[in-house]
Design a protein around this ligand. Sequence first.
Ligand code: ZN
Length: 217
Amino acid sequence: MNKTKWIALAAGLALVLAVALLVSPRAEFVMGGAMVDVGYRLQDHLAAYDLGDADAHHHITPDAVWHEFLRQNDLAAGVRRVFPRSRYHPVVAMVACMDARIDTNELTGDTRRYYYIIRTAGSIMSEREEEMLELAVANGVELIVLTTHTDCAAERVARAPEQRSHYPHLVEGVAERERRIAEFLARPAIAERIARGELQVRRATIDTANERLVPAP
Ligand SMILES: [Zn+2]
């Protein structure tokens, strides 16, 4: 994109933002989300800031990745010092797979940190994750969203006989996923809140291709 187009894009965004601010909080919210998305698009192709080569044409050492990681954090933390963010109390806790194609910020387009997120391969849970969720509920969470996603590598490992011996605990975790969810729902602190209507636990599948959340029936 040439310089003139960038200026036109910036001017257009400024105009739309000014109108949005005058129109409604809803428009302001959507505009904020749109600007975050513009930021994603601006960064997406910047090879100079890559932490690795997606096509593996050249090797980048772990040490180089670490130092680039620190450099980018320094930049981000510097911005946060200048523009501190408001604190909101999370009311949603979500369990999601660690798959990097899923960006939990993008699932709702809300950047304001209303979420506790637990990420594990295959969205598997043990007693530890169950306690994490119960702690989140004790801290005010009113909705728990338990997700899985399409094209899940952990689920593929669990289905592949030659992989099962390499990752026995992961395979076990996937196999006992439903049992763990039932176990969590039966925990007294959780069951009582659900019965009183103070807590909901919902299930959903994330379409990995477009990050659309498909609620379970
Ligand atoms: Zn996955």
